[in-house]
Each structure stands twice: as structure tokens, then as C-alpha cells.
Design a protein around this ligand. Structure first.
Ligand code: 13P
Length: 254
């Protein structure tokens, strides 16, 4: 049985004060309302990590993520943040390869392979994002496109390393657009991803890996998406900035 996971990617939103308020609301709601096994992950901006880490404390169910990390350990990389720095402030997860990082910061599949290595070597867990742009979906080439992302970034990992990875399928045309993939489209791609994992590492491992859906997940569509057999939770952007909405999405995973 795969434990469902719901992660909130705040992106470049909230002041530290707003972030503090949002995180404490989520921590309290999870404490009061979540009585079943769901993992909740919060991914605030770097500047808020320390404070949100303290707010989470030893709260059951909730852990902390960063939205990106350098592939380098330390040194002259102005503006970058290392795995060691993240660990020191209580981070457990790192989102890697978000489409916004691929598009605006030109992160390639090859660079992401290195970031994955750094994250895993440091003992953190990656949430590895993949997903196709609209023009690829229109040509119905989404399966091949996502398969390439997996092959070029993940396929060098050992079985033991792969066990630590969570995959997030985020079709770019559904991110921040209010246009979510249908439950069937999500299920179809998640099954395809799981099949690729099985081909590479075997069916047992493929059955263990969690595959999240991201792209306009909202309280009113979360339950149906998460009910699909290969959808193991969500990576939520906009709706994770409102504690009530985020909590209702988490409840969709119960
Ligand atoms: P939205 O939920 O705002 O569409 O964003 C999805 C996303 O990019 C999460 O990483």
C-alpha cells in the first residue's frame, strides 16, 4: 500500500510573515482534522524554511521541502543553496525539475540527473517533476516525451536510490491555468510512468513508487483525481496558499 502524499509548492509567494501564518494554520488543521495516514509536505521559499521547520516541529504527518537545490556541495556558486544547508534547517524533501525551473532557468534532464544524485547522496528525498507542454499533448506525443525525461534523469539510479524518489506528473498546460487534466488523462499517464519504472527496475519497485499529479488541483477535483489507482496524491500550487483549500485537498486523499 502506498501512503498518499500531498505537497504544497508555494513557489515565489508569501512574505515570511504570511508564510508563518499559512504554515501554522496548516499545522493546526492537520493536527485537528487528519486522523488517517497521509503525508503532507510544505515547500515554502528558501527564506522561510527555518521558521516553517520550527513551526512544524514534531507534528505528525507534516514534513518540509525545498523547491530547488544546487547539484554542487559547496563553493563559488553565487546565489545557490546546497543540500547540506537544507538539511541543517530541517528540510527532508527537495522538488526537482519543476517545469518552471526547466523553462525559465533552463534546467536540462542531464543537470537534473546530477541534482538527483546530490539530493540522494545527502540523504534527502527528491520529488521529481515531469510533464509535457501543450504542443506535445496536441501531437499526442506525451508518453514519449515523459519517458525521455525519466530515462535521462532517473534511469542511472540504483534500485535502492529509486526507492527514495517520488515522481510528480505535472502537464505544463494544466499548471496555473485552471485547466486540470481529466482523471482519465492523469491515470493514463501515471500508469504509463509506472510501466516505465517496472520495465527498468521491476514490478515490485514500480508498485512502491508514489506518483503525484500536479496542475490546477483544487478542493473540488482532488478527491476524484486521488481516487484513481495510480494517482498517489498531489503537488499543489495556487490552492496550497489558502490553508482551508489545501486542507480540503489533503482530505481528498483520505
Ligand atoms: P497549480 O496548482 O497552481 O496549477 O500549480 C501546480 C504546480 O506547479 C505545483 O508544483
Amino acid at each position: 500500500m502506498r501512503t498518499k502524499l500531498v505537497a504544497g509548492n508555494w513557489k515565489m509567494n508569501t512574505t515570511p510573515e504570511e508564510g508563518q501564518k499559512l504554515a501554522s494554520e496548516v499545522v493546526n488543521m492537520v493536527k485537528d482534522e487528519l486522523n488517517r495516514e497521509v503525508q503532507v509536505v510544505l515547500a515554502p521559499p528558501f527564506t522561510h524554511l527555518h521558521q516553517v521547520s520550527r513551526l512544524i516541529g514534531d507534528a505528525k504527518h507534516i514534513t518540509l521541502a525545498a523547491q530547488n537545490v544546487s547539484e554542487h556541495e559547496k563553493g563559488a556558486y553565487t546565489g545557490e543553496i546546497s543540500v547540506g544547508m537544507l538539511k541543517a534547517v530541517g528540510v527532508k524533501w527537495v522538488i526537482l525539475g519543476h517545469s518552471e525551473r526547466r523553462e525559465y532557468f533552463k534546467e536540462s534532464n542531464q543537470q537534473l540527473a546530477k541534482k538527483l544524485d546530490a539530493v540522494l547522496a545527502g540523504g534527502l528525498q527528491p520529488i521529481f517533476c515531469c510533464g509535457e507542454p501543450l504542443e506535445v499533448r496536441e501531437k499526442e506525443d506525451q508518453n514519449g516525451y515523459v519517458q525521455r525525461q525519466l530515462e535521462e534523469s532517473l534511469f542511472h539510479l540504483s534500485e535502492e536510490q529509486m526507492r527514495k524518489v517520488v515522481i510528480a506528473y505535472e502537464p505544463i498546460w494544466a499548471i496555473g491555468t485552471g485547466k486540470t487534466a481529466s482523471d482519465e488523462q492523469a491515470q493514463e499517464m501515471h500508469a504509463h510512468i509506472r510501466q516505465q519504472l517496472a520495465g527498468k527496475w521491476g514490478q515490485n519497485l514500480a508498485n512502491e513508487i508514489r506518483i503525484l499529479y500536479g496542475g490546477s488541483v483544487k478542493p473540488d477535483n482532488a478527491k476524484n483525481l486521488f481516487a484513481k489507482p495510480d494517482v498517489d496524491g498531489g503537488l499543489v500550487g495556487g490552492a496550497s496558499l489558502k490553508s482551508r483549500d489545501f486542507m480540503d485537498i489533503i482530505k481528498g486523499a483520505i
